[in-house]
Design a protein around this ligand. Structure first.
Ligand code: CDP
Ligand code: ZN
Length: 161
């Protein structure tokens, strides 16, 4: 019997002017970007938390503290790559991850394949093992009003012998 572990990640970030919009390592053209100590890439953040949760290795916020100047404006895709390395060291194999991004705007589906390639590349898996979906906020609440975005991710890992 395979030793399987699942994990869950959740994140939200504000949208602010004067910041590049980074989602899944893709710079998406838009008039605002996701604010944060890092590059605000919430897709990378939820994937990291789902993987860390599944492997019982903690969470993004404690591994890469937002009080540490080393992580100011850091490329979140490079942090995801670090998590990928960490998982390999403890013989955790990523079977699949699946994400939902809730964003009123902009349209993200155009960038799914690029995001999947980036995430898969960082983790050393195939793009077919990465699910990415987007929902609008149906103009409801703070996401619907365009104040920010939120995302969720599940991950399934196999622990090696
Ligand atoms: O139809 P439903 O309410 O399920 O979904 P929606 O929130 O109206 O979004 C419809 C479709 O738009 C999604 O399935 C995505 O393919 C796309 N979408 C997108 O590309 N970018 C977004 N920021 C939101 C939705
Ligand atoms: Zn985040």
């Amino acid at each position: 019997m395979a030793d399987l572990r699942m994990g869950l990640g959740y994140d939200r970030h504000r949208l602010e002017e004067g910041i590049k919009l980074m989602v899944g390592g893709v710079e998406v053209p838009y008039d605002r970007g996701l604010a944060g100590h890092s590059d605000g890439d919430l897709l990378c953040h939820v994937i990291m938390d789902a993987l860390l949760g599944a492997a019982n290795l903690g969470e993004v916020g404690t591994l890469f503290p937002n009080t540490d100047p080393a992580y100011k404006d850091v490329n979140s895709l490079s942090l995801l790559e670090e998590i990928g390395e960490k998982l390999k060291r403890v013989r955790c194999k990523v079977l699949n991850i699946d994400c939902v991004i809730v964003a009123q705007q902009p349209k993200l589906s155009t960038y799914y394949s690029q995001m999947k390639r980036n995430v898969a590349g960082a983790l050393g898996i195939l793009p077919q093992q990465v699910g990415i979906k987007a929902k609008t906020g149906e103009e409801l609440g703070w996401v619907g009003a365009g104040h920010g975005m939120e995302a969720m991710c599940t991950a399934l890992l196999e622990i090696g012998e």
